[in-house]
Write a protein that binds this ligand. Structure first.
Ligand code: PHE
Length: 453
């Protein structure tokens, strides 16, 4: 398709909020706190920040450079710059990864949606056993989680269909500030609890003895997932950046927001957990089983406060998930729209249909449906593993290798400095990190994903 009618983000704020919306998601608010809880709190947070600075930002700039140079969808962008060599496959793999991630990500987003509803009608009220049973019943049900997950995909659909400026940008400008307000409400409630100081200390007082090789690998993997690196998402968004957008400062600001949200998420969870004497190392079920119990015990004394905090918390998660789902959906939609020469509406419906189908099976794989269990894992956990541990690292690795070892350095330099209009002082540092440091780190993550480390 010709590129003449391609739109751009309308403002710099739009660029930052939309891209930060992609980065900030369940990865920051659901995955990060439980990883920090399992890996000793503050020390892990520091490790994560280090990984974002040294690994995340250079990778992000690489993807931005490919997207903005090509001004097209991820698949075409890589193909165009690879001159028919196999490097062009990177973009196609990215599109596929996006569709697969949407399929299981929407399931978790749907649980969050259901928990908003459950908090509002007073269902999140009981003892620890009850919360466990409640989560198992809900996630294993054949209808409720499927309904919520598809609802999340359909909401995403109606944002994406409206296009870049009046869909994605407008939604991000509404959702991201709301997300911040809700986040701050829960942080303040949590930090004001009697006994919260132990939790605050846990977030800011590093205990390096808890750091192991596994923690380092976890922090690297988390950096990838939480910054949306390695599947063409950043590349697609950057294709809507204007020529005067400063890629480095955008990457730094987006990473800053992502770190801030992750730290605030920790400040939301740990002070409340410590205040009621619950260990915050419960793993992935932390926010669905441990947290409702924490909220109930911590805020149950004041009428309606537990419900209000709980609604604010899960609504915030829904918003965070939606802005990420929008970016995932856009990768497939832009590809079909531009490559298959079909309308944006039709393209979006196809992506919505495929993702909904995947998400039905991922959701059904909870509960006792043995036919959706493979080699000891649910279909959901396989999608999570294959995309998060394999496809994102591979995509990220090949993107940095492609950008720094194959593409003409002048193209990347031009993108980095906006054709010489910006200072180039940090370019050598960026290029060194992206060319050597990032690939080595990514290979380590990859080997860990395969269980070889
Ligand atoms: N970054 C998102 C999160 O933290 C997840 C995501 C991964 C979104 C890859 C888009 C692409 O939840």
């Amino acid at each position: 398709m010709s590129q003449h009618n391609r739109s751009n983000f309308g403002s710099k704020l739009g660029v930052i909020l939309a891209t930060a919306g992609s980065a900030v998601g369940l990865g920051n608010v659901w995955r990060f706190p439980y990883l920090a809880g399992e890996n000793g709190g503050a020390a892990f947070i520091l490790l994560y920040i280090l990984c974002v600075l040294l690994l995340g930002i250079p990778c992000m700039i690489c993807e931005f450079a490919v997207g903005r140079h090509s001004h097209t969808n991820a698949a075409r962008a890589f193909q165009k710059m690879s001159n028919g060599t196999p490097w062009g496959l990177i973009g196609y793999v990215g599109v596929l990864t996006g569709v697969l991630i949407t399929g299981y990500y929407a399931v978790v987003a749907g649980w969050c949606g259901h928990y908003v509803f459950a908090s509002a009608i007073g269902h999140l009220d009981g003892n620890p056993e009850y919360f466990k049973q409640y989560f198992n019943d809900i996630s294993g049900d054949a209808v409720i989680p499927v309904f919520w997950a598809i609802l999340m995909i359909v909401i995403t659909h109606f944002v994406v269909v409206r296009g870049v400026q009046s869909g994605i940008e407008k939604a991000s400008k509404m959702m991201m500030p709301m997300l911040f307000v809700l986040l701050l409400v829960v942080v303040v409630c949590s930090c004001m609890l009697p006994g919260a100081s132990k939790g605050i200390e846990y977030v800011f007082n590093p205990d390096f003895s808890k750091i192991s090789a596994d923690s380092i690998i976890d922090a690297l993997g988390q950096t990838f997932f939480s910054m949306s690196i390695g599947m063409g998402c950043l590349c697609t968004y950057a294709s809507y950046f204007k020529e005067d957008t400063n890629l480095t400062s955008a990457a730094v600001q987006i990473s800053g927001i992502s770190i801030l949200v992750a730290v605030l998420a920790a400040l939301m969870i740990f002070p409340a957990a410590f205040a009621v004497g619950i260990e915050p190392d419960a793993g992935p079920s932390l926010i669905f089983i441990t947290l409702p119990n924490v909220f109930e015990q911590a805020f149950g004394g004041i009428p309606f406060l537990a419900e209000i905090v709980s609604i604010a918390f899960y609504l915030m998660l829904v918003l965070a998930a939606l802005t990420s789902l929008i970016s995932l959906h856009e990768v497939g939609t832009a590809y079909l729209h531009e490559e298959k020469n079909i309308s944006r509406r039709k393209a979006a419906w196809i992506v919505t249909g495929v993702c909904s189908l995947i998400c039905i099976f991922c959701s059904l794989s909870f509960g006792d449906r043995e036919w959706l269990h493979f080699f000891g894992g649910t279909l959901f956990s396989w999608f999570d593993f294959v995309t998060g541990q394999l496809m994102l690292p591979i995509g990220g690795l090949f993107t940095t290798l492609f950008v720094c070892w194959y593409v003409d350095k002048k193209i990347i330099y031009d993108q980095y400095t906006n054709r010489g209009h910006l200072s180039s002082g940090t370019f050598p540092l960026f290029f060194f990190c992206a060319k050597f440091f990032c690939p080595v780190c990514i290979i380590l993550i990859f080997l860990n994903g395969l269980g070889l480390l």
